[in-house]
Design a protein around this ligand. Structure first.
Ligand SMILES: *[C@@H]1O[C@H](CO)[C@@H](O)[C@H](O)[C@H]1NC(C)=O
Length: 377
């Protein structure tokens, strides 16, 4: 009895080993393949043929599916990246950047790729519909979510805050409306937040200062209202802050200038009032400061130093009074200076940073003279 079942056991053992070996080769799971094919079915792209390699019954991991990569240890799809403005050799064989158009919507099937760490569907211009809300609950490994340059509408899922590994959230250049969910402030790994050029309303979440890893916060060209939360000043890694072209009111947070790595600050075209914090102009790393088209008042703090280096210093179209600060003439570099359309008065200081500037930089003030405006009488 025992001897007759031995060959059968061996056969079973071999079958098991063979199955394990093929799993090692990380062929894609049937579930992932089905999910990808459902995603494909909801989208259409003709010009570049990005989906031509996605075949029924094919191996989505080892089979050269364009834009799909798997984790070799799990054999599960980890990365789905399709860019409509691609410079890679596959999509742009002639070395010219390829420009594609994709329409359709992002299927909920994406939420079945539950080991996904990167989801990029960028610059396809015509992808519409909403952001599947199941993303937040079903894709706990998601690190990068980039859907810019489409026609995505609806709101940012309110549960977005559950994506605790998220480092990049880029939804720029879409038609997204509603408020920025408060839960965004719990994304403790978030480094890059880009929601530029959408239709977002309401306030910037007050708790944004708790995103301690945040280095770029780009929220310009929306319809955000209320004040700039004071807590942005506690973002110690913040390098780029763009809140331009919204409907923000109130003052510039006093401690914003203390952010040590702040490189660019765009607050233009809002309704910001109050004074320019001296700490901001004293900040050595700040290379771009644009406060144009607001209601900023008072004198420009006279705190520039030999380490001040401004590619852009645009304070035009405000209610600034007093003189052009003397210390600005000691700045290491001022590339583009615009102080026009304010209420400044007095003589423009002489010095190298001013040598290349023309009258337009100082036009329409109360009583400026000297430099490119001609002699003071
Ligand atoms: C400053 O911002 C305003 C409003 O966003 C914009 O119109 C202007 O061109 C910017 N200035 C510079 C020098 O980029």
């Amino acid at each position: 009895m025992a001897s007759s079942s031995a060959p059968l056991l061996l056969l079973l053992l071999f079958a098991t080993l063979a199955a394990l070996a093929s799993a090692d080769a990380a062929a894609c799971s049937a579930g992932d393949r089905d999910a990808l094919l459902s995603i494909r079915a909801a989208l259409s792209e003709a010009r570049l043929g990005v989906f031509s390699s996605w075949k029924q019954g094919g191996d989505c991991c080892g089979g050269g599916w364009y834009g799909v990569s798997c984790d070799p240890s799990t054999g599960r799809v980890a990365d789905l990246t399709l860019r409509g403005e691609a410079e890679d050799a596959v999509m742009a064989p002639a070395g010219r950047p390829a420009s594609g158009v994709m329409s359709g919507y992002i299927s909920d099937a994406v939420c079945r790729l539950d080991r996904l760490s990167t989801l990029v569907l960028a610059d396809w211009k015509q992808i519409s519909g909403g952001i599947p809300s199941c993303l937040a609950s079903d894709l706990p490994y998601l690190r990068i979510l980039e859907l810019p340059g489409n026609r995505i509408s609806g709101e940012i899922p309110s549960s977005i805050g559950t994506l605790s590994r998220l480092t990049v959230l880029n939804l720029a250049d879409n038609l997204i409306s509603g408020e920025i969910p408060n839960s965004i402030t719990t994304l403790s790994s978030l480094k890059h937040l880009d929601l530029t050029n959408n239709q977002l309303t309401g306030r910037i979440p007050a708790g944004i200062g708790s995103l301690s890893m945040l280095s770029r916060a780009l929220l310009g060209r929306n319809k955000l209202s209320g004040e700039i939360p004071a807590s942005v000043g506690s973002l110690t890694r913040l390098a780029d802050l763009d809140l331009a072209e919204n409907q923000l009111i109130g003052g510039i947070p006093e401690n914003l200038g203390d952010a040590h790595v702040l490189t660019s600050l765009y607050l233009g075209s809002n309704r910001i009032s109050g004074r320019i914090p001296a700490s901001l102009l004293r900040n050595k790393g700040l290379g771009i400061l644009n406060l144009s088209r607001n209601a900023v008042e008072g004198a420009i703090p006279d705190v520039f130093t030999g380490e001040s280096y401004f590619m852009v210093l645009d304070l035009s179209r405000n209610r600034l009074t007093g003189a052009v600060p003397r210390s600005l003439s000691s700045a290491a570099y001022v590339g583009h200076l615009d102080l026009s359309h304010n209420r400044l008065c007095g003589s423009i200081p002489a010095g190298p940073p001013f040598d290349h500037l023309d009258a337009a930089s100082f036009a329409s003030n109360s009583c400026l003279c000297g430099g490119p405006l001609g002699k003071c009488t």
